[in-house]
Design a protein around this ligand. Structure first.
Ligand code: ATP
Ligand code: MG
Length: 556
C-alpha cells in the first residue's frame, strides 16, 4: 500500500509530531476508529478511517477498531460485519477489535465511583422536567429536586436501577456539575438511562445503558488512546470528556476535532441512508448510487482511489462541501492506469463488410492497456458482420465528422480501415444496416495501404458478440448541498440516477471477467462487472464516465 505522505503536515499531524518530539509517546501513539454499528460505513467514515489509521502508520503506533455499541435499539450484528469488511477492504489493519459494550461493567464501576465522590446523582425527574431544568444558553438552569440525595441513597437507587427495579424513563443517573455553566453540556448531563431492551452482544444482562458522553472518553481511557479524533460538532463535548477523566483520575486521553466530509449531490448520515434503503429509493446499502463504501465498491471504485481522495481533500478545522467530481477524478486517475480497454457497443447498428469473406473469422491481437507498464494483448474475433455504435454513422455527416457516412473512411479499432459504401433503412427512414468495404492492406500494426484516416471506432463481431446489461449511474440528488434540507432531501432524488441499458453487445472475452473487475469500454466509460451477473447475462456498472461531463453540464 502506498504511504500516506501529504506535502505539508495537517494540523493533527503537527500536534502528533510535536507530542512525539516532546517525548510524550515513548510507546507510539494509539488512535481509534469508533463506528456505531447502526448502518453501513460511508465515504465520510473513510475520511475518519484514513485519518486515524494514517496517523498511526505515519508516526508509529496502532489503531483500534471500536464498535461504539451503547445504544441497544439501533445496533445489529450485520452492521458489525459490514464495517469490518469495509475497513479491511480500504487496506487497513486494526490493532484490536473492541466493543464499548465489553466495558459496561467498568463503566458501571466508574459511575459508582463518581456517586461515591458526590459527582453523580439519581434523578426521578421526567425527560421534560430535565429539559426545563437545563435553562437556555443565556439563562442559567435550575437544580433538580433530587440533586442533593445522599451518597448512600444514590448508590442504593443506582444499584436498583441496574437490578431492573424501575421501568424505562423512571430514573436516570446525572453528573453533578454546574447548572449555570455557560456550556449546556456541563449542566448536569445524563450518564445512564434505563432501557429494557436486548443488546446485540450483552443480551439481557443490562437494562441500564451509558450515554455517549459517559462511555466514549472512558472507553478511550481504558484503551489508553492517545489521540481521540472526532468531528467538529463534538468540540462542545470536550470539557465534559475532560471532566469525567479528571474526576475519575484515569488515563488522560485527549479529544481533537476536525471538519467532517460533506459531499455534494448526496446525503451522508446513516439515518438518511437507511431511509433510502427502507423506502426502496435505492436497492440496498450497496446500491452503486449510495455514498457507502460498499456502494462505491460495487460501483467499481478501488480502495486506492478512495484513500487518494481522502488524502487530497485534506484535514481542516472548518466545514466545507466537496464536489463529487473530485471523487470521480480520483477513480478515473486510478482506472486510467489499471483498467483494460475492451469493446462494448451500447447502442448497436449492424455494419456489413461486403468484400470480406462471409465464412472467415480472424483472431486479432489487440492491446489491453496502452498505459500499463507491461503491454499485454488479447485475441478478439473479427468477421464480415459487426456491431458498431449507431451514432458512429450519419446519413448526412457534417464536414468534420471523422466516422462513417457514405464515402467516408474510418479505422475499426485494432482491425482494418473501411470505406462506407451504402446503408439500408426501414419504412420510417431509420438506418438498419450500414455497408462498407475494407482495405485488406490496412490491418492494424502491419498497414501498408498508405491510407490515413482521422477516426477510430470500436466494434464487436455479430457472430461472437455476448449480450450484456449496462447500468449507468448519475448523481443521487439533483441539489448540490442537501445539508439544510432535513428529511425533504427525498424530494430531490435525481429521477435519472439509474439508467438501465438492457441489451448491449460486448466482446466474447468478457465472459471471463471477474466480479468487480475494472474495465474501460473504449470511448464509453469505465465499467465493472456487477454481482448480479449470471452465466447467461453479464451486468456491468458504469463506475464513471471517461470525462467529467457534469462540469460541462453545469457550465451551460
Ligand atoms: P452518521 O451521522 O453518518 O451516522 P456518525 O458520526 O453518527 O455518522 P459514527 O458511526 O458515530 O457515525 O462515526 C464513526 C466515526 O466516523 C466518528 O469518529 C465520526 O466522527 C466519523 N465520521 C462520521 N461521519 C463523518 C464524516 N462525514 N466525515 C468525517 N468523519 C466522519
Ligand atoms: Mg453516531
Amino acid at each position: 500500500m502506498e504511504e500516506l505522505k501529504p506535502k505539508s503536515l495537517n494540523f493533527l499531524e503537527e500536534i502528533v509530531q510535536e507530542g512525539i518530539a516532546s517525548g510524550k509517546y515513548p510507546q507510539g501513539i494509539l488512535t481509534r476508529f469508533p463506528p456505531e454499528p447502526n448502518g453501513y460505513l460511508h465515504i465520510g467514515h473513510a475520511k475518519s478511517i484514513c485519518l486515524n489509521f494514517g496517523l498511526a502508520q505515519r508516526f508509529g503506533g496502532g489503531t483500534n477498531l471500536r464498535f461504539d455499541d451503547t445504544n441497544p435499539v439501533t445496533e445489529e450484528t450485520e452492521y458489525v460485519e459490514s464495517i469490518k469488511k469495509d475497513v479491511s477492504w480500504l487496506g487497513f489493519t486494526w490493532a484490536n477489535e473492541l466493543y464499548t459494550s465489553d466495558y459496561f461493567e467498568d463503566l458501571y464501576q466508574f459511575a459508582e465511583k463518581l456517586i461515591t465522590l458526590s459527582f453523580a446523582y439519581v434523578d426521578d425527574s421526567t425527560a421534560a422536567e430535565i429539559a426545563a431544568q437545563k435553562g437556555t444558553p443565556t439563562t442559567p438552569g435550575t437544580h433538580s429536586p433530587f440533586r442533593n440525595r445522599s451518597v448512600e441513597e444514590n448508590l442504593t437507587l443506582f444499584r436498583d436501577m441496574r437490578a431492573g427495579k424501575y421501568a424505562d424513563g423512571e430514573k436516570v443517573l446525572r453528573a453533578k456539575i454546574d447548572m449555570a455553566h455557560p456550556n449546556m453540556h456541563m449542566r448536569d448531563p445524563l450518564m445512564y438511562r434505563i432501557r429494557h431492551v436486548k443488546h446485540h452482544r450483552s443480551g439481557d444482562k443490562w437494562c441500564i445503558y451509558p450515554m455517549y458522553d459517559f462511555a466514549h472518553g472512558q472507553s478511550d481511557s481504558i484503551e489508553e488512546i492517545t489521540h481521540s479524533i472526532c468531528t467538529l460538532e463534538f468540540d462542545v463535548h470536550r470539557p465534559l470528556y475532560d471532566w469525567f477523566l479528571d474526576k475519575l483520575g484515569i488515563f488522560p486521553s485527549h479529544q481533537y476535532e476536525f471538519a467532517r466530509l460533506n459531499l455534494s449531490h448526496t446525503v451522508m448520515s446513516k439515518r438518511k441512508l437507511l431511509q433510502l434503503v427502507n423506502e426502496k429509493v435505492v436497492n440496498g446499502w450497496d446500491d452503486p448510487r449510495m455514498p457507502t463504501i460498499s456502494g462505491l465498491r460495487r460501483r467499481g471504485f478501488t480502495p486506492a482511489s478512495i484513500r487518494n481522495f481522502c488524502e487530497r481533500i485534506g484535514v481542516a478545522k472548518r466545514d466545507n462541501l466537496i464536489d463529487l467530481s473530485l471523487l470521480e477524478f480520483c477513480i478515473r486517475e486510478d482506472l486510467n492506469k489499471s483498467a483494460d480497454r475492451v469493446m462494448a457497443v451500447l447502442d448497436p447498428i449492424k455494419l456489413v463488410i461486403t468484400n470480406y469473406p462471409a465464412d472467415k473469422t480472424e483472431d486479432l491481437q489487440i492491446e489491453n492497456n496502452p498505459e500499463a507498464e507491461l503491454i499485454t494483448k488479447r485475441s478478439v474475433p473479427f468477421s464480415n458482420e459487426l456491431y458498431i455504435e449507431r451514432d458512429d454513422f450519419m446519413i448526412d455527416p457534417p464536414k468534420k465528422f471523422f466516422r462513417l457516412g457514405v464515402g467516408l473512411q474510418v479505422r475499426l479499432k485494432g482491425a482494418y480501415i473501411v470505406t462506407c459504401t451504402d446503408f439500408k433503412t426501414d419504412a420510417e427512414g431509420n438506418v438498419t444496416e450500414v455497408h462498407a468495404e475494407y482495405i485488406p492492406e490496412s490491418k492494424s500494426g502491419q498497414d501498408t495501404s498508405g491510407v490515413s484516416v482521422k477516426g477510430t471506432i470500436h466494434w464487436v463481431s455479430v457472430a461472437h458478440a455476448v449480450e450484456a446489461e449496462v447500468r449507468n449511474f448519475d448523481r443521487l440528488l439533483i441539489v448540490e448541498d442537501a445539508s439544510e434540507l432535513g428529511d425533504d432531501f427525498l424530494k430531490f432524488i435525481n429521477p435519472e440516477s439509474l439508467q438501465i441499458v438492457p441489451k448491449v453487445y460486448v466482446e466474447p472475452g468478457l465472459k471471463e471477467a471477474k466480479e468487480g473487475q475494472a474495465l474501460q469500454f473504449i470511448r464509453k466509460g469505465y465499467y465493472s462487472l456487477d454481482a448480479d451477473s449470471t452465466s447467461d447475462k453479464l451486468v456491468f456498472n458504469r463506475t464513471v464516465t471517461l470525462k467529467d461531463t457534469w462540469a460541462k453540464e453545469k457550465a451551460k
